[in-house]
Every structure is written in C-alpha cells, then in structure tokens.
Design a protein around this ligand. Structure first.
Ligand code: ATP
Length: 622
C-alpha cells in the first residue's frame, strides 16, 4: 500500500542552524531568533501586502483540489448505475464528467501550485531584502559579539534551506494539506460515520511522526558530519599522495579512509532503515483506516443508510488520502527546518533599524577629540583606560605601541565601530552620539588590514565609496594612490572584473583600491589601521606613499607598525597597556629617551644587523 509517488530519496531531517546553541561558541551572544508568533506575524505582514496574489493562489489551488474530489462520487455513481443494471449508455455522462474533472483538476492544481511557488518566492525575496538591509546596518560590535559565522550562516545556510523548501516543498505541502482538509469534508458530506472511521488511522500517523523525527534528526546530522569527514580524508590522502607514499603511510591512510567510509555507509543504512520503518508504520495506518471504512460501508449499506456507490466513494476518498497524508508527514521535517531558519531570518530583520538623531550635528572640521575614553570587551578587563587625545584638523598622527596596547581598539572607537564603555569622542567638535551612526560614517573612514575587494568591475568597486563618481574622478583617485599604471594594464582597464571569480589582485593592489575608495569618499578624518603592515617591504613602500597622498587634505590617524612610517607623521602617540604614555614628534620622542626611543633603537639595531626590515620589534606581548 505504499503510495506510488513515495519520495525516492530518504528524507533528511535538518538539524536547523537555528537550534539553540547550534554553532554558538561559549561566551558568544548570538543574534536574536524570533519566536513562532513573531515569525508568523512577519510572514503575515509580508502576505498582507500581497492579498490578491495570496487569495488567487490559494483559491485556484482549492478549486483544483475541490474539482478532484468529484472523482470519487462520480465513480460511486457509476457503481450504483452498474449495480442497478442501467445499461452501458447510462455510463456515458459520468465518463465524460470524469474526463472533464481530470482536465479541470490538472489545470487548476498546476496553475495553483505555480502561483503558490511564485507567492513563496516573492515573500522570501521581501524577507531576504529586509534581512540584508538590517544585517548590513548591524552595529559591527553586535556582529563581533555573535561571531561573524552566526550572520554568515543565516545569510547562506538558512536562506538556502528556505529557498529550497519554498521551491520544492511549499506547493506540494499546500496541495497535500488542502486535499486532506477537503477530502475529510467530502467524507463527512457522504456520511459522518465514514469520517469517524477514517479518523481511527490518525493516532498511528501521530505516533509515526513522533517515532521518526527524534530518531532521524540525529542520524542525518551525523551522516552529514561523517560525509564531511570522509570528503576531508579523501582530499587529504589523495592531495597529499606523494607525502603519504614517501613516508610509507599508505596503509595508515587506507585504514583511515576505510573507517570514515564505513561510518558514512553505516549512518546512511540507518537512515534507510528509519525510512522503511516510517513507511511501514504509515502502511499500517492506511490498513487500519481502509479496513474501518470498508466495515463501516458494509454495515451502512447493509442497513440501507447509504448506497453501494456512496460506500465506494468513501473508500476511494480514503484511498486518495494516502499520497497527501504521506507527503504532508514526509514534509513536516522540511517545514520544521524551514520554520527554524525563518525564525533566524526574522530575528535579524525585526531588529530595530539604526536611528539617527532627528537634528543630527555636523562636524565643523576634521579635528578629533577623545576624552577619558575607556573600553572593555569583557567587563573587568579594561583595554583602554581614560585615554585623552586631541588631533588638530589636518594633523597626521601615528599611534604606536606594543601588541595588545589598544591601538586598534582606539581606532575602532573613534570610527564608531564600537561604543566606548566610558568617555566620549568628538569629531569636528561634535560628540559622536549627536552625529549619529550615519554622521560618524560620513565624518570618518577606517581602513583596516582585512581589505575586501567586491566582486565586479573595478570601477564599480570604487563607486561604492562615491556613487555616481565620473570616470575622470575614478582615474584621478587611482592616480593619487599610484594605482593607475597597473589598473590601465589590466585586460579591460577599470572595467576589469575583480574579486571573487574575477581578476586576482595582490594584497598591495587591494589596499591601493581601499585607499582610492577613501579618496573618493573624501571624509574629513581617515584612520589607517595597519594598512601598510602586511604588504611586504616593496609593497609597503608603495603603500606608504599612496597612504600619504590619500591623507592629504584631511586628518589622518595611522596605526603604525613600521616605525619609518610613524616617523614621517606630524606627531607620534605611544600607547602602553591602554594608556597614552608619550606624545610628540619623532625627534622629540627619540631625544626624550622613553619607550618610543627604545622601540626606535631596537628597530635601528635590527636594521643594522639586517635581520628585520619591515616590521617593528614588539618588545612586549600583551
Ligand atoms: N573583539 C575583541 N574582543 C575581546 N578582546 C579584544 C577584542 N579585540 C581586541 N581585544 C583585546 O584587547 C586588547 C587590545 O587589542 P588591540 O587590538 O586594540 O591592540 P593593538 O595595540 O591594536 O594590538 P596589535 O598591534 O596586536 O593589533 C588585546 O588584549 C586584545 O586581545
């Protein structure tokens, strides 16, 4: 009695990425996950904007299912006609009707399914847009607290899962549910006792799902992990085949592969056994239900309550429930996983949008004033301790200090990436709280070491900093950061596709692009955090020159790891354990013989011995 359209592949319950604690490292505060009610409300709000589309889709699908329900009574009527020996001619009308019903049902359900899929896609697109909008505007601090993996897994894993379910399962699930509801109603119309007989099978369905889901979820989760481990082992053994042979590790690797493979196969077989168990239990439910309907029909026909045709129609109705019931139960897991993923998307998209003050202040110039600034990532562990710093409009200040001294933290606080635990930051005389997030973004640009090159034409990458920049402005910005020569040498110049899947840029080139974006954004304050530290010495010199030109006409704060770069700044500020310990010109600080002088002399010694060319010696690791 297994249905003809029983899905061929075993169902793979998904341990939804949103399950509590999934992937969350200890100490992480993961981004919010919406409750069931909030998720429904969000989907409801999206559907409300598409009332007509929703009513049409559900209406057409209901019509198709309703038309399909006519098949059983027509067949029942034919049975009555045959039982009453009314002659072959009397069957013509019911047969034509059957044909009309089949065509009508096929057309309406096909159209309805397409409309439901389309509605699902549109709603998903709306949700995705809202999610991306909120995600891109999340305070970086919040993303860091959650770990960027949390946001990434929502953008990738959850969105992919929901898209798959919306495309494949939603139309099938909706049709199955409608068929079940309408068929039960049809049974009640025939005779309520048929409905009661059919409902005898429901407890077996419920028990089957309760048996299957808790067993299947861990098995399939473990199967995915085992498959991942097998792939990894294959890559390791095959990729490193020379080393494996050279060190005579062939047997060891073969054994490892065998054990990983056995593990994956065992889990796959357990999955298949579960699916067999799932369907055999459903078959039992079908047996119980059909037996009950037939016995009821026998009794009702016997006492003259219904005709043989009506009893036949009831049995056919029940038989027509097999496929939708199995499909709906089979898809419950997909629906659950999609629901969990949806809750994770709604959790982020329901976050309040970043608010800018109604009458946001405007910075008067490019000066920076930091007062009593303190910060602790974890309470009780201050990283910055009452830092005071004043940078004049147009001044270039280098921040130096040992690793962990707090330079990057200070840079991020000034750029508004983190909110300080205590104290304040003023840009151009205006407190950053009065400027608002958008105001701070306009006033200051932070370039960090992890420069991202967006996939697409190089010129478009630059236009992100100034939408609508002319070709001449792009060329001028590239020339200013010394990048024009290599950009013009690219196969299609500034139109060359760079980034993921495109022309690969070197680290130096990517940082030059970041500097060109800075030139185009033209903020009054720029912060370069280690922008030149990673590029190797030749690249580092190119970048130093580019950075100096990009900073012309604005206030510049440089987190400097190369002391010669710091030496060219108007002023050097030395941080130690979260405090400003020295401030002055290179000459003054060297003469003062303090910690900067110690760093400088260590660096000069290393130059003399030729041991170290590029990086600053780090006297103390935090
Ligand atoms: N996101 C974070 N969460 C928790 N602790 C952090 C975080 N970022 C930095 N820290 C800690 O804060 C302290 C200061 O780090 P910071 O990166 O500001 O120093 P730095 O002077 O820039 O160091 P480096 O030269 O190595 O980049 C370090 O102890 C670091 O481990």
């Amino acid at each position: 009695m297994t249905p003809a359209n029983e899905p061929a592949a075993p169902p793979q319950p998904t341990a939804a990425a949103g399950e509590p604690g999934a992937g969350a490292a200890p100490g992480r505060v993961i981004l919010p996950v919406a409750s069931g009610a909030q998720t429904l409300a969000a989907v409801g709000a999206l559907l409300r904007g598409r009332r007509l589309q929703t009513f049409t889709a559900v209406g057409v699908l209901t019509l198709g299912t309703g038309i399909g329900l006519l098949t059983a009574p027509i067949l029942g009527r034919m049975v009555d006609l045959v039982a009453g020996q009314r002659g072959a001619a009397s069957l013509t009308v019911p047969m034509v009707l059957l044909l009309v019903v089949a065509v009508g049902r096929g057309a309406a359900t096909g159209l309805g399914s397409a409309l439901v899929a389309r509605l699902g896609e549109t709603v998903l697109a709306g949700l995705r847009e809202r999610f991306i909008d909120r995600a891109l505007n999340l305070p970086l601090e919040r993303v860091e607290q959650a770990g960027s993996g949390d946001l990434t897994s929502r953008v990738t894993g959850d969105v992919t899962l929901i898209t798959r379910v919306v495309r494949q399962a939603l139309p099938e699930f909706t049709t199955a549910l409608l068929t079940i509801v309408l068929t039960l109603a049809g049974l009640a119309v025939l005779d309520w006792r048929f409905l009661a007989a059919v409902l005898l099978a429901v407890p077996v369905h419920v028990l089957t799902v309760r048996w299957y889901i808790p067993r299947a979820v861990p098995v399939y989760a473990a199967h995915r992990v085992a498959n991942g481990a097998l792939q990894h082992q294959l890559l390791d053994s095959v990729g490193g085949v020379r080393t494996v042979r050279a060190f005579r590790l062939t047997d060891q690797h073969a054994k490892l592969l065998e054990s990983r493979s056995r593990e994956a196969v065992d889990l796959a077989l357990r999955g298949i056994r579960l699916v067999s168990g799932f369907f055999s239990r459903l078959n039992l439910a079908e047996f119980i239900g059909l037996a009950a309907v037939l016995v009821t029909g026998f009794l009702l026909v016997g006492n003259g309550s219904v005709s043989i045709g009506t009893a036949t129609a009831a049995a056919l109705y029940f038989h027509s429930l097999f496929n939708p019931v199995n499909a709906a139960l089979f898809l419950i897991d997909d629906a659950q996983s999609a629901g969990a993923s949806l809750a994770r998307l709604v959790g982020v998209s329901d976050l309040p949008a970043e608010e800018d003050p109604a009458d946001a202040a405007r910075p008067a110039d490019g000066s920076v004033r930091v007062r009593e600034l303190s910060h602790a990532y974890a309470s009780g562990h201050p990283v910055l301790d009452a830092v005071d710093l004043e940078v004049r409009d147009g001044e270039r200040v280098a921040l130096v200090g040992a690793s962990g001294a707090g330079k990057t933290t200070l840079a991020k606080l000034i750029a508004g990436v983190h909110r300080p635990t205590g104290g304040s930051v003023e840009l151009g005389g205006a407190d950053t709280r009065a400027l608002g997030p958008a105001g701070v973004r306009r006033a200051v640009t932070l370039i960090s070491q992890e420069v991202h090159v967006f996939a697409g034409p190089l010129a478009e990458d630059l236009r992100l900093a100034r939408p609508g920049a002319t070709d001449a402005e792009i060329t001028a910005a590239l020339a200013r950061v010394d990048a024009l020569t290599w950009v013009e040498a690219l196969p299609e110049g500034a139109a060359t596709v760079v980034g993921e899947g495109g022309h690969r840029l070197t680290v130096t080139q990517a940082q030059q692009l970041a500097l060109a974006r800075l030139v185009l954004a033209d903020p009054p304050v720029a912060i370069l955090d280690e922008a030149t530290a990673d590029a190797g010495s030749a690249g580092a010199r190119t970048l130093e020159g580019a950075a100096l030109r990009a900073l012309e006409g604005r206030t510049g704060l440089m987190v400097a790891h190369r002391l010669p770069q710091a030496a060219t700044a108007d002023r050097i500020v030395v941080l130690d354990r979260g405090r400003v310990v020295e401030s002055g010109t290179h000459a003054a600080l060297v003469a003062a013989g303090g910690s900067y002088a110690a760093l400088w002399s260590a660096w000069s010694d290393s130059r003399r011995t030729g041991a170290e060319e590029a990086a600053v010696p780090r006297p103390r690791e935090a």
